[in-house]
Design a protein around this ligand. Sequence first.
Ligand SMILES: [Cu+2]
Length: 141
Amino acid sequence: MTHYRPLEILCMVCMVISGFSFGPGSAWSQDTSHSTVEKSRSEITTITMESYAFTPHTLIAEIGKPIHFLLKNESFLVPHNFLLDSPDGVRLVEANVDSGDEVTIQFTPTQSGVYSFYCDKQLLFFPNHREEGMEGSITVH
Ligand SMILES: [Cu+2]
């Protein structure tokens, strides 16, 4: 027979309330994903992909400095992609991220201006995800 002290019981209650969600992808660990480009410990910016939005969707970066994004698709059963174009329309990054998956991408901006990113996935005759609002920008100085 195990005897629990009050603190242990409190801790277990907390875990039940939070749905044991302390792992990656949990509500608990997503708190960092709302930050824009401030330099994190790891220098990796997490971008959450949902139907139909990127969070954050407005970012700032510096010329010549590598950018690392962790793309997290949190949509249920909906695949997304991350297409990044330079200010003059050259495709720089193309990454598919399946439902529930995470993909890390890296690129180094070599010119200033506004880079656009978006998802062009589409189901049958429905509008594509970009048209539904799934797009964002990186302003490079
Ligand atoms: Cu999408």
